[in-house]
Design a protein around this ligand. Sequence first.
Ligand code: AMP
Ligand code: GLY
Length: 458
Amino acid sequence: MEKIIMYPGENKKEAVDWKDIQAQYITNVERNVLVLGSGGREHALAWKIAQSERVSKVYIAPGNAGTASVGVNLSINIADFQAVKDIVLRNRIDLVVVGPEQPLVDGIVDFFKNDAELKDVKIIGPDKKGAQLEGSKAFAKDFMEKYGIPTAKCFTVTAENLLEGFDYLERLEPPYVLKADGLAAGKGVLILNELAEAKSELKEMLSGKFGSASAKVVIEQFLKGIEVSMFVLTDGENYVILPEAKDYKRIGDGDTGLNTGGMGAVSPVPFVTPDFIAKVENRIIKPTIEGLKKEKIDYKGFIFLGLMNCGGDPYVIEYNVRMGDPETEGVMTRIDSDFAVLLDKCAQGKLNEAHYQVSPETSVTVMLVSGGYPESYKKGMKITGLDDVCPCCIVAHAGTKFDGNDIVTSGGRVIAVTAHGKNIEEAREKAYHSAKMIKFDGKNFRHDIGLDLMNYNA
Ligand code: AMP
Ligand code: GLY
């Protein structure tokens, strides 16, 4: 296993030689790249990939109004793998990057590998079994237990052993964490303070509160600490640690209100020190990749580690098999090297040949959302002011579409604005300045992205 070393600010000298190094390695890098998905994550990925001199054309399926400015949108349903195949063949796609988890959990990588016409098309993402790391919490917990990866203690319950579930809850201290085993659109985790409530929610979950996703429920010990998202790109043997980010999940300032998909991000995260990274590598990343190999999982893609920093020790809260959103919006802007080349090498199992360079600057991402989100909200609101945004900021569209010549809202999370600075304060100032320029009816955003981390800079 080889780690491609790169921490922010290092390798300045090597960076000078980067173009030469690249030229030596790359003989047949992608010409056409397809990004699957339609959110801010996919816009950020497509934006970064489109910067590669080696890429002729970027396609995004289905994309949004923003992705149309960095590539060509192809309007298909990505759950329909035959439709994906058609656009891959028609557009002579060399590399496919799968943005969201659902197609991976549904086996899109296996579909490619088993298809005579697609088997040589490079694809970023794990196979169906590997995608179970995100697709089944029980699978992920068993995997972590088997390979000695630090995580919260847990017990898995089905309708058959509900009473054992109650017993387990009685032995835990509050708060109680209940997780639907399967994908539940980010809503399948409940954290409850009262034992009686936890028992009744457990019963409801098993009776279909989240459909078949909660036919199995994982009860977990509550972990106290600060969360951080770390991202690894692996070819199943070698790995690169991408920039980490802190996500802000609650809708309201000061971490109040309902959970959302993510209201903003900061990268790097001050408490993610070289010492912390070393612990993550030794206790989590290396055993995870060893485990994938032992389980014969074909994994050429992203591993998103949702971690809890408990007094300096990292614990895995969850694995995701994709990049995070909005973390990607702030992470892509910090990658200085050619990301398409990195992905190409990864898909070929040659990540050890790639060169990787990260900006030491800080990125702050502010998500503009529709009024009412994460509950019900209106769509179709006209968006103005996009041209007034400072060119120093990167605007990733999350939920937008064209309506004639107008760009209108089409989702809860609408636009992510990212700015860089020498520290959080500077990046915040720029990001918020531009966030205020963009206007649509009902616009809402958090005002405190990164504020909690500014003390760490002292
Ligand atoms: P997940 O979907 O597993 O990321 O869980 C959603 C959120 O619930 C996480 O981002 C954490 O904030 C919280 N959470 C999940 N598991 C735990 C745990 N064991 N202890 C404390 N908080 C948790
Ligand atoms: N921002 C968290 C996620 O993408 O799951």
